[in-house]
Design a protein around this ligand. Structure first.
Ligand code: C5J
Length: 228
């Protein structure tokens, strides 16, 4: 539920220049903070990834989420995954990587990236509250084959604070999709994570390069000051 009086528009220090945050028009979009990507023993770790690189984003996201909720602003969550019958899984995605275990197969927390399975769900620390839209997306971008754009338009949203994982894949793809649809995106760097430190750095640089070609980069503490 939205607050009757949202915080006032404020300039948030950011790169490449200050972001004019209009809280009443700004949604917090938390990308794919799912158990299989973040939890020890999940699919991400099974593939040999260092989940601590993603887990460091949990606490800053938790603080930002709490503040966003307290201000009565729009929160949305995404989950990457597929229908249990895999009818929305492109064959190319199923076989990419030539891994012995792939999407739809049994993994450590149920069938991998399948809706309804334990590993597909959002981590308890950031669990959606009742009324917060959860966007189930079959692709990397949150706009592809989802109703996200309609939800944002119906609520008069023109800006997004985008957080979550992974920086260079689903966060970057979503920011680029949002940018092409006319949304201004602000990315707090401590709230996004990659298994690969070099991709974290370059993923953020790509967003803010060339005068903010895809958006702005800041920190969660700057956003907290703006909406606090
Ligand atoms: C996300 C992925 N969420 N890396 N997925 O980034 O496959």
């Amino acid at each position: 539920m939205l607050a009757k009086t949202s915080p006032k528009p404020t300039d948030v220090p950011a790169e490449p220049y200050a972001f004019e945050l209009k809280p009443a028009e700004c949604g917090l979009l938390i990308i794919d903070m799912q158990r299989d990507f973040l939890e020890p023993g999940g699919f991400g770790e099974m593939l040999g990834n260092d989940v601590s690189q993603l887990r460091r984003t949990i606490e800053p996201n938790r603080r930002l989420l709490a503040a966003w909720r307290a201000a009565g602003l729009l929160v949305m969550h995404t989950r990457e995954g597929h229908r249990p019958d895999l009818s929305d899984l492109p064959p190319s995605k199923k076989i990419r990587g030539r891994s012995a275990t792939s999407i739809g197969d049994k993994g450590p927390m149920g069938r991998i990236l399948v809706r309804g399975e334990a590993g597909h769900d959002i981590i308890p620390e950031l669990y959606p509250a009742p009324g917060e839209p959860v966007i189930d997306k079959p692709g990397k971008g949150a706009f592809h084959a989802t109703d996200l754009h309609s939800i944002l338009q119906h609520r008069g949203i023109t800006q997004l604070v985008v957080t979550g994982v992974t920086t260079e894949v689903c966060v970057n793809t979503t920011v680029r999709e949002a940018n092409d649809r006319g949304y201004d995106c602000l990315v707090p760097e401590d709230c996004v994570g990659s298994y690969f430190p070099e991709f974290q750095e370059m993923g953020l640089k790509m967003i803010k390069a060339q005068g903010g070609i895809f958006g702005w980069v800041t920190t969660s503490s700057e956003i907290l000051k703006a909406i606090g």
